[in-house]
Design a protein around this ligand. Structure first.
Ligand code: EPS
Length: 388
């Protein structure tokens, strides 16, 4: 059987982005509006730039789905770049008559310089177009398919912003799916309205000072069975897969599972989740310091993945750089940009977590049709007496 995997293709200002998802079961009902809702959620957030006013991202399915149900074959999705209409000369796949200027001013923090060196390009645009976080639109399209599969198994994945620049929301533990009902209505997708107002102020203040802003967020997955991932080999440890999936998002520089950074400073007696058992509940815990993972496997508690993202590396007050043609000191490329993408990055991380979890479910439970998967999950829950 084809392994569950996905790939994306596309440049930021090219004709469009493509994602191909392989290994989905047949017979899964898809909700077109839900797929597009995720695309719109990725475009949200106070501090985004002019591009989001040009695009209205939607998922166009090109294969693998018929009359709203998956066929079991590869699913190809297309996300058009409306902005391509303004870039047709500069980004045309074929030679054009018009003179097109090359970019020679690498931005510190972006892929520009090392990408041009590695791939032998004199025009940095050949690197920055693919390195752009626009690519995450294709990941969210693919992640929407994974999310649909997980939803059929009773799993839901949510996110919220914890920090924007120096403003941190108060710590929240014991979050449940209902807590996220209106998170997308908040301008920075934060669960704390006071912190949110301060974050918006901080964005406005730093944007005026021509600064960009980083921050951090948390993704939570609810309804997972224990035993996704495995302790038996390094590649199967879910901690590693999740860290890789989330750290691969543009601008992400750190990933933590659960309370990792806090736990590092605590004594062992205050770091682990003690195990209890009762007639009604079976095994249960009173705490979730481990963020739902033990030994590289889900343990049936909510999964928590946190990530830190650096400030965007395109600055409206550019940093010092070098002209790669003349080797003279120069200011880095100044392009239209966002002030911060923390709220959007959290939505992208939801997609990456959905894709990583969908792969685990496909590996563990197999099945060609969604009903096969459901039956296998039920049988497993029964075997381990999991009541969650
Ligand atoms: C993005 C589209 C881009 C940027 C942003 C993400 O649009 P443009 O480059 O046309 O303004 O807003 O890209 C980056 C943060 C980056 O570093 O490249 C999007 O669709 O998310």
């Amino acid at each position: 059987m084809t392994a569950f995997r996905f790939t994306t293709a596309g440049e930021s200002h090219g004709p469009g982005l493509v994602a191909i998802v392989e290994g989905m079961p047949a017979g899964l009902e898809l909700d077109r509006e839900a797929l597009d809702r995720d695309m719109a959620r990725r475009q949200l957030g106070h501090g985004r730039g002019g591009r989001m006013r040009i695009e209205t991202d939607t998922v166009e399915i090109r294969s693998g789905v018929r009359h709203g149900r998956t066929l079991g074959s590869p699913i190809a999705v297309l996300v058009a770049n409306r902005d391509y209409a303004n870039w047709e000369d500069r980004m045309n796949p074929w030679p054009v008559e018009a003179a097109v200027d090359e970019v020679h001013l690498p931005r510190p923090g972006h892929a520009d310089l090392v990408g041009a060196q590695k791939y032998g390009h004199t025009d940095i645009r050949n690197v920055l177009e693919r390195a752009s976080a626009r690519e995450t639109a294709a990941r969210v399209a693919a992640g929407g398919l994974a999310r649909s599969f997980l939803a059929a198994l009773g799993v839901s994945v949510h996110s919220h912003v914890i920090q924007v620049a120096s403003v941190k929301a108060p710590e929240r533990s014991g979050l449940a799916p209902d807590d996220f009902a209106s998170v997308d209505e908040d301008p920075v997708r934060c669960l704390d309205s006071e912190a949110s107002a301060e974050m918006v102020e901080e964005i406005n203040r730093l944007r005026k000072a021509n600064e960009s802003l980083g921050g951090s967020f948390e993704v939570l997955a609810f309804g997972l069975v224990p035993g996704l991932g495995s302790h038996i080999s390094w590649e199967d440890r879910l901690d590693g897969r999740l860290a890789g999936a989330v750290a691969s998002i543009q601008s992400v520089k750190g990933v933590a599972i659960g309370e990792a950074w806090d736990v590092a400073g605590r004594p062992g007696s205050d770091a682990h989740d003690e195990i209890f058992w009762s007639e009604e509940r079976g095994y249960f815990r009173e705490t979730n310091h481990a963020g739902g993972l033990e030994g590289g496997m889900t343990n049936g508690l909510p999964l928590s993945v946190r990530a830190a993202i650096k400030p965007i590396s395109t600055l409206t007050k550019p940093l010092r750089s070098v002209d790669t043609e003349t080797k003279e000191p120069a200011q880095a490329l100044r392009e239209r940009t966002d002030s911060t993408v923390v709220p959007a990055a959290a939505v992208v991380a939801e997609a990456m977590v959905c894709l990583a979890l969908a792969r685990c479910y496909r590996e563990k439970f197999g099945g060609d049709h969604i009903d096969d998967v459901l039956a296998a999950v039920e049988a497993y829950k029964k075997r381990i007496d999991f009541r969650g």
